[in-house]
Design a binder for this molecule. Structure first.
Ligand code: PAF
Length: 282
């Protein structure tokens, strides 16, 4: 497995693979990898000859008061995990390589509507930063397909719409959320939790499954269900950012007649913001 920092070298290598007729799968990440990322790489390796994992902590998708500076950079450990998962190339560019003229001068990709609400409402501009860097990664790697985790449900919806709207010749593949034994979704940010917060954190998934159960039992009073879920989270010591029951396709609030629903949650434990989701067909 090779690690490449420059775009020029990446292009040279990938052109060689393409000339030999090899298929290329891309797994975009910000590093500090865990088993969830490894599952994305394994999924890519099942379908592609060459798997490129990008590691880039993208400043454009962080808000002013967020954890850009403290986000863990763990390249050596990430390389070990990627090698074991069957990755071929690591692309770990510098900020200067990606944004040579600086963020203010950078052309941006905005994906309307689906970027609004939920995390988009709490993290203004976040999905513009994601859509921009993912477009650039797609242009740099030119993969046949790219794999994203379903834990970031809204991000996946944003990327799917972007690819559709801009007619990008890339398949977007979603991969299931990987969980700890107690249900907590694996996340790079779980490492921020204190021992006490880590004990409380599984309540996020428990609240999702309890609420999904109520929907499966026939309840359709969505706003009341959302309030009950928020109460459960807040009573356990979390601070709910949002708990929204939405139409799985549109991400708009669920309404009577919707059958495919997704429960989206973001909640703070101390200063750590956890997100998760569960989908249910009623
Ligand atoms: O999901 C992430 O890790 C990031 O948002 C992504 C897709 C790598 C873009 O920076």
């Amino acid at each position: 497995m090779r690690t490449i920092h420059s775009l020029k070298e990446l292009r040279t290598l990938l052109n060689g693979y393409r000339r030999k007729g090899k298929t290329i799968g891309l797994v975009p990440t910000m590093g500090n990898l865990h088993e969830g990322h490894a599952s994305l790489v394994r999924k890519a390796a099942e379908a592609a000859d060459i798997v490129v994992t990008s590691i880039f902590v993208n400043p454009m998708q962080f808000g002013a008061n967020e954890d850009l500076d403290t986000y863990p950079r763990t390249l050596a450990a990430d390389q070990d995990m990627l090698e074991a998962a069957g990755n071929t190339l690591v692309f770990a560019p510098t900020v200067q390589e990606i944004y040579p003229e600086g963020l203010a001068q950078q052309t941006r990709v905005v994906v309307p509507d689906v970027s609004d609400g939920h995390c988009g409402a709490s993290r203004l501009g976040h999905f513009d930063g994601v859509a921009t860097v993912v477009t650039m990664l797609f242009n740099m790697v030119q993969p046949d397909f790219a794999v994203f985790g379903e834990k970031d449900f809204q991000q996946l919806a944003v990327i799917r719409k972007m690819v559709r709207d801009l007619m990008m010749p890339i398949d977007v593949v979603g991969a299931p959320t990987v969980r700890e034994d107690d249900g907590l979704a694996k996340s790079s940010r779980n490492g921020y939790l204190s021992a006490e917060e880590r004990r409380i954190a599984p309540v996020v998934y428990q609240t999702l499954t309890v609420t999904a159960g109520k929907l499966a039992d026939g309840r359709t009073d969505f706003p009341a269900l959302e309030r009950e879920a928020e109460d459960l989270l807040n009573q356990a010591g979390l601070r709910t950012d949002y708990f929204n029951i939405v139409n799985s396709q549109t991400l708009k609030p669920a309404s009577a007649g919707d059958r495919d629903l997704t429960l989206l949650v973001a909640a703070f434990l101390g200063t750590t913001r956890l997100i998760d989701n569960v989908s249910v067909t009623i």
